[in-house]
Design a protein around this ligand. Structure first.
Ligand code: SME
Length: 165
C-alpha cells in the first residue's frame, strides 16, 4: 500500500512532498502508462481545488499524420481525446514548449472546455531532448487557482518525468 500524505500548506513544501512521492513511485519503473497513472493520482491527492489532473501525450493522428496531443492517464471527468498543436491551452503549451498559466479559461482564445466547471488552468510541457513528449494539465473550478509556485512545482515534476513516461 502507498500512503503519501499531502500535509503542507506552504507550496514549496507541498511540491517537495509531491516530487518525492512521484520519484519514489516511478523510479526504476519503465512503464509509461503506469507512471502517468500514478502521478495523476498523486496530483489529485496533493493539490487542493482541482477538477481535472492528468496527461496528454504527443502521438500521431488517427491516420498516421503529424503529431497531436492524445489523452493520457488522468483523474476527473471524461475529456476530449485529441488536441492539435496550437489549439486550446494544452495545444499552446505543446506548440510553445512553455508553461501556460491561465487565470480565466474563458478569456483564453480557443480554450477547449472539457468540463464546464473549469475556471482556471495550468499546463506544463514535458520535454525530452528539447522535444515535447507530453503535457501535464491541471484544471480548477476556482478562478486564478494556480500561481507561479504551482508552475515551478509542476515544471520540476515534468523534468523528473522526462525519461519516465
Ligand atoms: N482545457 C484544455 C483541454 C483539456 S481539458 O481541460 C482536460 C485546453 O484548452 O487545452
Amino acid at each position: 500500500m502507498y500512503d503519501f500524505k499531502p500535509a503542507a500548506a506552504d507550496p514549496a513544501e507541498l511540491y517537495r512532498g509531491l516530487l518525492g512521492a512521484a520519484d519514489a513511485l516511478t523510479a526504476g519503473e519503465p512503464d509509461a502508462v503506469a507512471n502517468m497513472a500514478n502521478v495523476a493520482a498523486l496530483l489529485w491527492e496533493f493539490l487542493p481545488d482541482l477538477n481535472w489532473a492528468g496527461f496528454y501525450r504527443v502521438a500521431s493522428t488517427k491516420d498516421g499524420g503529424a503529431n497531436e496531443l492524445v489523452l493520457g492517464p488522468f483523474v476527473g471527468r471524461p475529456a476530449c481525446i485529441r488536441i492539435p498543436f496550437g489549439k486550446g491551452v494544452c495545444g499552446a503549451a505543446a506548440e510553445s514548449r512553455a508553461a501556460q498559466l491561465v487565470a480565466d479559461v474563458h478569456a483564453f482564445p480557443g480554450h477547449i472546455a472539457c468540463d464546464a466547471a473549469s475556471q482556471s488552468e495550468l499546463v506544463v510541457p514535458v520535454l525530452r531532448g528539447g522535444e515535447v513528449i507530453a503535457v501535464i494539465d491541471l484544471d480548477s473550478p476556482s478562478p486564478a487557482r494556480f500561481t507561479e509556485a504551482d508552475a515551478d512545482g509542476i515544471t520540476a515534476l515534468a523534468t523528473l518525468l522526462s525519461d519516465r513516461i
